[in-house]
Design a protein around this ligand. Structure first.
Ligand code: ATP
Length: 150
């Protein structure tokens, strides 16, 4: 028995597969969703999301959004979402450095306010999740067959 898992952003359908289990951080913490789960609607945190299918695991960085669970379907309407393999680590590193320097020193043109602080804190969290998900992705050769040549 499986459950359809769809990850959708405003830009694209990121993932759509029948899977065995979905693990992600809902409003009240980490949750595992199996087929036949009771209906549920909740917000999701900026966090790692894991999908298990035939004992293989796929991971995604999810930047918040809404989760809808029905017995046969898990839908994540994500603000942003990237598969681990699609994460640009250098970009995430740069975003992290920017957010940290903004929090420590303030921005050049934006006056400090709780709203700005919380936006930067969220940006830092997104960058940290991307770095963590991206760093743990399966190690594949960047170019297939590279080792065949001297
Ligand atoms: P940045 O400052 O690097 O743009 P951000 O956190 O402000 O980071 P978002 O607003 O969350 O970026 O995302 C904008 C778009 O860029 C989305 O489509 C998101 O999936 C993509 N994106 C952001 N950072 C990365 C990354 N490190 N690797 C791959 N895609 C990314």
């Amino acid at each position: 028995m499986s459950i359809l898992c769809e990850i959708v952003t405003q830009e694209r359908l990121v993932y759509s597969e029948n899977v065995d289990m979905v693990v992600l951080d809902g409003e009240e913490g980490r949750m595992g969703i199996l087929p036949n789960h009771s209906p549920l609607l909740t917000t999701i945190q900026v966090s790692e999301m894991r999908v298990i299918k035939e004992q293989q695991e796929e991971t995604f960085a999810v930047g918040g959004g809404v989760l809808e669970v029905r017995p046969d379907c898990v839908t994540v309407l994500a603000d942003v979402a990237e598969h681990a393999d699609d994460i640009d680590l250098a970009r995430a590193q740069a975003a992290r450095a920017r957010a940290l320097s903004f929090l420590e020193e303030g921005g050049p043109s934006v006056p400090a306010s709780p709203e700005v602080d919380s936006a930067i804190t969220l940006a830092l969290k997104r960058a940290n999740v991307r770095l963590s998900v991206g760093a743990n992705r399966s190690q594949k050769p960047a170019v297939a067959g590279l080792d065949d040549h001297d």
